[in-house]
Every structure is written in C-alpha cells, then in structure tokens.
Design a protein around this ligand. Structure first.
Ligand code: AHR
Length: 538
C-alpha cells in the first residue's frame, strides 16, 4: 500500500502536483489520485450562450422529417414543425440556430422558399435530389421564434449577386411598411421585422462555397457587405474562415481585409473542425481515415477523444494568427461546424444521408469540446454542433413518428448552467492515459474540464476519458469554501452504448451526490464519463 502511494506521488510530481495535494489532502490522501483547483480570481471571459448553438441544413433528413413534418402530418407539430424538436430545444435553452447550410447555402436562393405553398419552387439540392422549398425563410424564422433562439442565416456568395443578399436583409429586417421587402414579408403574415442579427457571408468559401483564394474571397466579402442595409441595428457579419488547421487562409484573409480597413465590419471568423481521422496516424485520406460510429476498439475510443482535443490547438493557433492583422481582437471565432464524422454505415435509413449513431464516446467528445470553448470564452463567440438532427454530431434522431435524444443532447443539458456564466481558470492534474497507438505510445490527458461562476454558484464539468479507470479527485476553490453541491454523471458500462428508436434511454444522466470535506469536495469520476457538479460557495 505504502509503495503504491509512493508511486502515486512520484507520478504526480512528474506533473508538478505532489506538494499541493500532500498539503491539502490530509484526510483522504490515500484515495485521492487527482487534483482540481478552481481559481475564481482568474476570470477568462463570459461564456457566450451562443457557444451552445445549433445548425440545420437542407441535407438528408435534417430539415424534412427532422425539423419539418408539414402542417398536415399526423406527427405532433406546430404549423409543420415537429413538436418533439421544439420541446427538446426549449428544454436546453437553444440560443442560436444556423440555416440553411453548409454547402447547401451557396446554391440556395431564399426567393424560392417564400410565399404561399403554390409559389414555392422545387430546386436541385446540393446534396442530391430535389428540394421542395416547403421550409424557407418564414418557416425557419418561425421555428427560431418558437424555440426562443436567435437566427443565423448563411448567404449564397458563390451563386448569387450581392444584390440578392441585400434584398434578403431587407426582407428580414426593414421596418414595417417601409420597403418592397417589408411589404412582401407583411403579405406573408409577418409585418414586423424579424431583426436577424447574425449573417454568414458564404460558407467554406475555400471549398464548396466557390474554391476562392483568401484574397478573392476578401474582395467578395467586401462587395457583399459594403453598405448592406442595417436599419439602425448592428449586423454581426461572419466571414468564411479556415478549414481545421489551415492558418494560411486565416492569415491571408485577415491581411486582405485589414488592408482595406474592413476588419471592423467583421464580427466573427468561422472555423470548421470535424473529428474524423481515427486511423492513429496511418493515413490522412478523408475516406480511409474515417471509422465506424458503433464498432470501435479502445484505440479508436482514445483516438476520437485525442483528435477532438485538437480543437484547443486550433483555437489558439488561429487566434494568434488573427492577432497579426487584428491586434485588439475585434474579430471573434465562430466555430459554426464541429463534431464527430464517421464513415457511412449507421444511417437511420437510406434517405438520411450523413446521419450516424452517436454513442457514449460522442458524449465525451461533446463534453471535452464545450469545455475547450469555455476555456477560451474570450475568443469563441459562438459554436454550432453539426448538425442538430439526423446528421453527424446530432442531438436528436427522428424518422416519421419515431424520435430519440442522443447522448450528445444530454451533455448539452448537463452543461447548461455554464451559459452566460464567467469562465474561470481551472487547473486539472491527473495521471495521464497511456494507450497503444499502432505500436507506438499514445497519451491523453487524465481528466479535463472547465469551471464557471455565477454569483456564489460554481459549475464544474469534467471528462474522464479512461476506458476502465475511475479517478478520485480532490476539488478545491481557491480562496473559498464549498458549502454544498449536487451533480449529474453520464456514463455506461458499455463504451458503445447509444440511444436509438427501439431503446431511446440507454444513455442518460444520473444524479450524483457531492461529498464535502472541510470546504472542499472529494469526488470519484467513473471511467468513460462526463460529470457536471453544481457547487454552492459558502
Ligand atoms: O455538415 C456537413 C457539411 O460539412 C456542410 O454542409 C459543410 O459546410 C461541411 O463541409
């Protein structure tokens, strides 16, 4: 036993914590294997609620049969919008929804999707097949209103002139009775402006959005946004940003925009990062690197979590490059597509392209990603999981009258207390995870998470990535005493556990009690788990 403890402290010393724990852990030192220190004096920034944002695109079963069932459907709906989706989103206070794409946005004309049913124009969908345009601007904005979220529209920069974008803004935002756009809007049942604040100017303009160079895109961005009507309201314009780690795009785009003093017209730079390459370094091929959503071994379990953790490096790297042209950081990061992307094979049906099963592993990816956003609350102004329903990193699955919440949804709910709170620096020290990475040593952090404070309430969220090892941790709040607490944990004995239409409640959060010990907490984090602790300070 003694030698175990020596080994334990020797290990901790390697990451500089032995002294701290030895000093504090008098009663529980024999149990404690990790240490979490929350530092209220070191604020990072307010956690924008919009970090908990969503994304819906006209793709497979996201809109049609996912969000939109139509007003004549037998499926419970509110004017055509699936009632279960509305209820689930209200329960997590969905702050913002991005629409209509994605790649779809740059081949979409909003004019095809307004007016009476008979005026809607079926068009070829970017992702295949025909889009009826039954779900258009009116339906999307009504959906946003019903769930209490802000709308975030993405304009077509590849296929339409800037004038079309101007008119869309006019249609949505011009005061009642003042313009042709406002009259059209009124004729379609909404005299008052919608006041849409967030506008994406194109999507993935380096790829499906036009194959532009950063300089070409900067010129297009200027043309689209110079003198776009504002009607006395600020517009938050989002420029199409980099794919994953491509800092060259960020550097050249911001340089080109700064050159013409356009920096002040950009609210955010979008960043897209999907966790897809689970080959453990064997390939960078987009198809070969992807693996199965349900059938995975321990290596792929750890690889997903390690690859997901790259998000932190991306935020840091792009932020540093942005500083070269925007030293005061006027422009924030908008991570408007993130999540796991597996290879095809677990779709909920043939027409639901890009749908996939989400397991406990994806719950951990959600937790660690949201924690990264909190740790960079000063940099990330919005994030949108891709995509809400029947797609990649979905919170919900729906097919006709069947509906299920995925493990990802539960994490969004467990983490809600962070929204709008002050993110505070938190130090985690825990023995790292070691795994076999195709014959080479792989390592992953032992525990990671984030903390925020609102008044006297601290929310601490923690991911334990180890497939089989629980960790007992001492949790202290520097300069304060914890008076009481409660919490929730999401885990399962089976790493592959998931919710589907037949078994919709296999993965769900459970209540956990919080063990207080003289103003600190001693907590056991089970293997393969996401935990949220809600702590009240004395
Ligand atoms: O989310 C699916 C697709 O991924 C989006 O349409 C596109 O922007 C990205 O490449």
């Amino acid at each position: 036993m003694l030698s175990d403890r020596r080994e334990f402290f020797k290990g901790l010393a390697a990451y500089g914590l032995a002294a701290g724990i030895a000093a504090r852990s008098q009663t529980a030192a024999s149990q404690v294997q990790a240490h979490i220190e929350i530092l209220p004096d070191e604020p990072i920034g307010t956690i924008a609620p919009e970090i908990y944002g969503h994304f819906i695109e006209h793709l497979g079963g996201v809109i049609y049969d996912g969000v939109w069932v139509g007003p004549d459907s037998k499926i419970p709906n509110d004017g055509g919008i699936r009632r279960a989706v509305i209820d689930a989103l209200k329960a997590i206070h969905a702050p913002v929804v991005r629409w209509p794409g994605g790649c779809f946005a740059d081949s979409y004309n909003w004019r095809d999707g307004i007016g009476a049913e008979t005026e809607r124009k079926p068009r070829t969908n970017f992702w295949g097949g025909t889009d009826s345009n039954a779900f258009g601007t009116q339906e999307f904005l009504r959906f946003s209103t019903l769930i209490g979220a802000k709308p975030y529209l993405a304009a077509n920069l590849r296929g339409l002139p800037a004038w079309n974008f101007n008119q869309w803004v006019e249609y949505c935002n011009s005061p009642a009775g003042t313009t042709e756009g406002s009259k059209e809007r009124a004729a379609q049942g909404h005299p008052e402006p919608y006041d849409v604040r967030y506008w994406g100017v194109g999507n993935e303009s380096w790829g499906c959005g036009g194959n532009f160079t950063p300089e070409e895109y900067a010129a297009e961005f200027r043309r689209f946004t110079a003198w776009v009507p504002r009607y006395g309201q600020p517009l938050d314009l989002v420029a199409s940003g980099p794919n994953s780690g491509e800092v060259d795009w960020t550097r050249r785009l911001l340089h080109a925009l700064a050159d013409k003093r356009q920096i002040f017209d950009v609210y955010g730079l979008s960043l897209h990062y999907y966790t897809w390459n689970l080959s453990a370094g064997r390939t960078t091929d987009w198809n070969l690197g992807k693996r199965d959503a349900l059938k995975f071994d321990e290596l792929e379990w750890y690889e997903l979590l390690a690859q997901g953790s790259v998000m932190e490096t991306l935020i840091r790297d792009h932020w540093a490059v942005m500083e070269e042209s925007d030293p005061l950081h006027h422009i924030k990061l908008i991570v408007d597509e993130w999540g796991a992307w597996y290879r095809p094979g677990t779709e909920i049906g043939p027409k639901y392209i890009l749908s996939q099963m989400l397991t406990l592993r994806d719950a951990l990816l959600s937790g660690l990603t949201l924690d990264i956003f909190h740790r960079h609350a000063d940099k990330v102004a919005m994030a949108n999981a891709a995509q809400l329903i029947n797609c990649l990193h979905s919170l919900m699955l729906a097919s006709e009258d069947k509906f299920a919440l995925t493990p990802v949804y539960h994490v969004f709910k467990m983490y809600m207390a962070h929204m709008g709170a002050q993110s505070i620096r938190t130090e985690f020290a825990a023995p790292p995870v070691s795994y076999d990475r195709n014959g080479k040593p792989g390592t992953l952090w032992g525990l990671s998470g984030s903390a925020s404070v609102s008044g006297k309430n601290v929310t601490l969220t923690v991911v334990n990535p180890h497939a089989s090892r629980a960790l007992e941790a001492e949790i202290v709040v520097r300069g304060a005493s914890i008076a009481r607490g409660n919490g929730q944990v999401l885990t399962n004995a089976d790493l592959h556990a998931h919710n589907d239409f037949q078994n919709p409640d296999v993965v769900h959060p459970d209540e956990v009690s919080v063990k207080l010990d003289g103003g600190r907490v001693i907590h056991r984090f089970p293997p393969a788990s996401v935990t949220a602790l809600y702590l009240a300070l004395a």
